[in-house]
Design a protein around this ligand. Structure first.
Ligand code: G3I
Length: 348
């Protein structure tokens, strides 16, 4: 009888445990495991484990990586016919070894483009060079890249085409030619268009048209990246939501890429020593409401990537002027999780 009682108690404890709600997640990747990929941009010190505290954050909280700079044309082919894949190889290998989804950033971008490409004025030669670049880079990593940012930032905010060397000499067809070529080189990779200010109506309409154009021509595009270089107030959650829905309605997934929230007024540097508590609270609230929105639209969002591991690394410390002290990311300069991380985890 006594044994029967003990067995009953044990069974009850076991079944009660089974019915308990899932334990609160302790990492970002666990929190959104059933929602979207959680990515982060990394630099060389991080993917070579020289900045080991940052590397450990990557491995603990994220399941995808993007190279902040190492795959850009300027670094991979600084001179014509000269290729340097050392850093990009190390980045990709780090991703493979740690089972992280590797994002290729970026095949075609007007910025960080080597001078020798800017100098080309002949459309056939430019097409040839563009194809060689896509073949060489996407070809080298064929089968290992989860998705490529094929074209980056091709439009102005009003939706007009940016006057890049590609647009100037190849016309707007450079976009479809780039996507088609990337797919022919690595048919297993997802293909993306990635841009900032994707909540602006003019740019949104232009990107939606671009998606329709690609789809009408049966050219693969999987998703658009809405770069999240945002601040405490702008853009509004409503504008972000409107754009998420608009891109999805055009037939692609949405990714929130390059997420960082600047806390600084544009031309000032008021928090050199530390971030005041009330601003830190605002930042946490902002991150929390953004992730609530992303979670609400998790059936439309395939990935969220933050643009850097910790505040000390952020490009925003040097933009728009050098030597600022910004606090836009989820981990602080001492590699500690900021309140925003707990605010995000507390959504669950
Ligand atoms: O490589 C040189 C190095 O040799 C030199 O010692 C050092 C001194 O400043 O500069 C190094 O280059 C810097 C490079 O980052 C690598 O650290 C460049 O000056 C700097 O301008 C460059 O900034 C990058 C920026 O793209 C370039 O436009 C940022 O790290 C990177 O976060 C930023 O990322 C872009 C995305 O790719 C596309 N979307 C916008 C986003 C923010 O601008």
């Amino acid at each position: 009888m006594k044994y029967l009682y003990i067995i009953c108690v044990l069974l009850c404890v076991y079944s009660c445990r089974e019915e308990e709600p899932t334990a609160k997640p302790h990492t970002l990747k666990a929190a959104f495991a059933n929602s979207f990929i959680m990515g982060v941009a990394v630099n060389k010190a991080q993917y070579t484990s020289k900045e080991i505290d940052a590397t450990n954050i990557v491995l603990k909280h994220f399941n995808s990586i993007t190279a902040e700079n190492s795959m850009k044309w300027q670094y991979i082919s600084p001179q014509q016919s000269v290729f340097d894949f050392a850093d990009a190889d190390a980045f990709v290998n780090f991703g493979i070894e740690n089972n992280l989804k590797v994002i290729g950033h970026t095949l075609l971008w007007h910025s960080q483009l080597p001078e020798w490409v800017h100098a080309i004025t002949d459309s056939a030669e430019l097409r040839n060079i563009m194809y060689t670049h896509i073949d060489s880079v996407a070809g080298r990593y064929k089968g290992t890249i989860h998705g490529w940012d094929v074209v980056n930032e091709a439009f102005h905010n009003d939706g007009s085409f940016r006057d890049t060397v590609f647009y100037k000499y190849m016309g707007q067809a450079f976009i479809e030619e780039a996507f088609a070529r990337a797919h022919s080189v690595d048919s297993s990779a997802e293909l993306y268009y990635n841009d900032y200010n994707m909540t602006f109506e003019g740019k949104r309409n232009a990107v939606v048209d671009m998606i329709h154009n690609l789809k009408n021509k049966n050219i693969r595009i999987d998703a658009v990246g809405m770069q999240g270089h945002w601040n405490l107030e702008h853009p509004s959650l409503e504008d972000i939501e409107t754009s998420i829905i608009a891109y999805t309605n055009a037939g692609v997934d949405v990714m929130i890429t390059e997420l960082d929230i600047s806390v600084l007024p544009r031309d000032e540097n008021p928090y050199e020593q530390e971030l005041p508590e009330h601003i830190e609270n605002k930042l946490s609230e902002r991150y929390k409401s953004l992730f609530q929105l992303f979670y609400k639209h998790r059936n439309k969002i395939s990935r969220v990537t933050v643009w850097g591991v910790h505040d000390g690394q952020s490009w925003l410390n040097n933009h728009p002027t050098e030597g600022r002290t910004d606090y836009p990311l989820l981990f602080d300069r001492n590699y500690e999780a900021k309140n925003c991380v707990y605010a995000i985890l507390n959504i669950f």
